[in-house]
Structure formats: structure tokens, C-alpha cells
Design a protein around this ligand. Structure first.
Ligand SMILES: NC(=O)c1ccc[n+]([C@@H]2O[C@H](COP(=O)([O-])OP(=O)(O)OC[C@H]3O[C@@H](n4cnc5c(N)ncnc54)[C@H](OP(=O)(O)O)[C@@H]3O)[C@@H](O)[C@H]2O)c1
Length: 337
């Protein structure tokens, strides 16, 4: 395929972000060029688009941490022209131009074959995930899978008790709700969106709480213990409240900071109730572990994702970024290039 000199991309600069023509000459170096079919919008991408220097370590930057598409040029023997792939790495869309573009150029190590289903007899497990399903999971679904895996590994079983998911309508949140429900857990979802209660129930929540229910201001070091485990996606006083309300030897995973990056808490939940706080960092997962967890997603954790994603075009992406920045998006937003 002969490549055009320029292609369209969302570009973040010191003075804002917008859709621009971008030249291959300005892309970062890499062994593989992928024609992007879909990208997806994560909260982190909105921080990068808005020039947050904790995420966008250089500007101008093409944000975007999730891309799937087709290899169109490769000097890496593992990736051949025409192969359908997934691209992901800690630097992708943060320090290296990312996914919100018609083309990406990246090191071969950041490129993965689409997650493979097993060769079992069941229809759902015998195929690899397609491009759209893979990007719908994307970093949000992968992070939810990591969180659920930690809870399972901690020994929390469906009959141990209720599992709370905070920020439940968000990208990570909805995947955590669905996956926990699929595995048989009783899932309680907390959300700020009253209009999404029915949707959360359809996706597996058995009870819905408001954000205020999970943001205690009493200052008590411990609260009545309720949760066997929790997937927290929002941080701040919400995470502190969850930790203070978790049953002895329960497990709370923490991946996000939409409600704040501070953790106002004492040591009592840890030393009196033996609570475990598990940090989740999707960016730090090594290549083999990443392939392993994607395999699980494509096989035993495969789920029907209908109703989870909204599709937008590159031209509609700036509006979607404004929505996610304000916490107004439910589920996943995928970008069709
Ligand atoms: N550590 C990692 O590897 C990793 C990976 C992926 C994501 N993350 C982080 O995880 C978090 C969620 O990511 P995402 O992509 O799922 O984001 P998202 O789609 O924007 O979802 C975040 C959800 O949090 C809730 N929320 C928004 N503002 C809030 C506030 N002020 N207080 C309390 N809740 C609020 C909303 O859900 P409700 O309306 O339902 O409450 C919102 O939908 C982000 O902080 C992101 O940076 C981390």
C-alpha cells in the first residue's frame, strides 16, 4: 500500500486540541505502521488532549492509548502486512504519538495479534476477537479484567459477599460490573447517573447506590463493614469510604482518580480489619502477561458487549472528549477512522 504524505489526527497542543492534517515525517519512529480502523476514548485520553503534563509528556501530541487496525508496513518479522492487530504500551498516546489518527507508527513490541479464542467446541470461545470487540474492551476493559483477576486471586468467592463497583457507568466500571456478574458475584454499583440505573441492572448490577452513598464525610476511621471486595475507579474520598466499609480480609482494587488523587484515610482498615488495597496499573503489565490476560478475555471471560459502546467519527471526537472530561459519558466511546 502506498502511504499518503499526510493523514488526519486529533492533535493536542499547548493551546487546545483539534482535528488536523499530520505528516508521516512528524510521527515518532517505529518498526510497524498500522492503518487504524478503530480507536477508543479513555479518561486518560481526555487528560492528554487537554494538555495535562502528567499524561502528555510532550506537546504537540496525538493522544489515544487504544488502537486496532491493519499492518501496512513492517520491518518486524512478528508482524506481517495485512495482519489485524492491537496496539498498546505505556508511552503510546502519552510520550509517543497515539491512536487518535488514521495511521500510527510504533515499535514492534507494542503490537499484538488480536486476542485468540481457544480451539474449543463452543462457538463463543473458538474465534479470535474482532477489531471492534477488541477496541471496545480496550484499556478500560483490560483494567477491569485486571481488577477482577486480583479479587479472584485474593480468594473472594461469589458467596463471600457483595462486591462494589464505583464509577460504575464509566468504561472501567461497566466492564467490572459485567465481568463480576458473569462470574456469579452479587454486584452493587455506585453511580452519579440516575438515568443509567436500568442499564446497570441490565448489565448485571443487583443494587444501585448514589455517589453520595459512597462518600462518607463523618471522619470515622471505620464504618459498618459491608463489601467483600470492591473495584474502585474514582479514588479520593470514595476510595477512602470503600476501604472503611470493607469486610475483614476484603480486597479493594484502585485504578482511578476522577474523584481526586488524595486518599484521606487512617491505617485502621488495614491493621484492624486486614483489608488489602491492590493498585492496578494497566500500563506496567509486561508483554507475556498482557497476552495471557487478553487470552482470558477472548476465552472464558468473553461477553456479549451489545449496548456498551457508542461509535463516533474522528470529527465527533472533540465533543466526546468534552463529555468524558465532565464525567457525562456512559460505557465506551469508540472512534471509527
Ligand atoms: N490504572 C490504570 O491502569 C487505569 C486504566 C484505565 C483507567 N484508569 C483510570 O480509571 C478511571 C476511570 O477510567 P475510565 O476510562 O473508565 O473513565 P470514564 O469512562 O470517564 O469513567 C469514569 C466514571 O467515574 C464517575 N465519575 C466521574 N466524575 C466523578 C466524580 N467527580 N466523582 C465520582 N465519580 C465520578 C462516572 O461514573 P458514574 O456517573 O457512574 O459515577 C464516570 O463515568 C480514570 O481515573 C482513569 O484514569 C486507570
Amino acid at each position: 500500500m502506498s502511504l499518503p504524505e499526510k493523514f488526519r489526527a486529533l492533535v493536542a497542543t499547548e493551546s487546545g486540541f483539534g482535528i488536523e492534517e499530520f505528516g508521516f515525517v512528524d510521527l515518532d519512529l517505529g518498526d510497524v505502521i498500522v492503518k487504524v480502523k478503530y480507536s477508543a476514548l479513555n479518561f486518560k485520553d481526555s487528560l492528554a488532549a487537554n494538555g495535562n503534563r502528567g499524561v502528555a509528556t510532550k506537546l504537540p501530541l496525538i493522544p489515544g492509548i487504544d488502537a486496532v487496525g491493519e499492518v501496512v508496513e513492517s520491518s518486524d518479522f512478528r508482524h506481517s502486512i495485512g495482519q489485524q492487530v492491537l496496539v498498546g504500551h505505556a508511552d503510546f498516546g502519552t510520550a509517543h504519538h497515539g491512536a487518535m489518527a488514521e495511521f500510527v507508527r510504533v515499535p514492534g513490541d507494542w503490537v499484538y495479534a488480536l486476542p485468540q479464542g481457544s480451539r474449543g467446541s463452543s462457538e463463543i470461545t473458538s474465534k479470535s476477537l474482532d477489531l471492534k470487540t477488541t477496541v471496545t474492551w480496550g484499556t478500560a476493559g483490560f483494567t477491569a479484567a485486571q481488577s477482577v483477576e486480583k479479587i479472584v486471586e485474593h480468594g473472594i468467592k461469589p458467596d463471600t459477599g457483595e462486591v462494589l463497583v464505583t464509577g460504575a457507568t464509566g468504561g472501567v466500571g461497566i466492564f467490572a460490573v459485567k465481568l463480576l456478574a458473569k462470574l456469579g458475584y452479587k454486584v452493587v454499583a455506585s453511580t452519579g447517573k440516575t438515568e443509567r440505573h436500568g442499564w446497570l441492572v441490565e448489565n448485571g448490577a443487583s443494587e444501585i447506590l448514589t455517589r453520595q452513598d459512597i462518600s462518607d464525610m463523618s471522619g470515622k476511621p471505620l464504618l459498618k463493614s459491608r463489601w467483600a471486595a470492591a473495584v474502585d475507579t474514582v479514588g479520593g474520598n470514595t476510595l477512602a469510604t470503600v476501604l472503611r466499609s470493607t469486610q475483614p480480609y476484603g480486597c479493594v482494587t484502585a485504578c482511578g482518580l476522577v474523584a481526586g488523587n488524595e486518599l484521606p484515610i487512617t491505617v485502621y482498615p488495614f491493621i484492624l480489619r486486614g483489608i488489602t488495597l491492590c493498585g492496578i496499573s494497566s500500563a506496567l503489565v509486561d508483554r507475556d502477561s498482557r497476552i495471557g490476560l487478553w487470552g482470558k478475555i477472548a476465552q472464558q471471560w468473553n461477553m456479549d458487549l451489545s449496548g456498551i459502546a457508542t461509535e463516533v467519527t474522528l470529527d465527533e471526537l472533540p465533543d466526546a472528549i468534552a463529555q468524558i472530561t465532565n464525567g457525562n459519558i456512559a460505557g465506551r466511546t469508540i472512534v471509527k477512522m
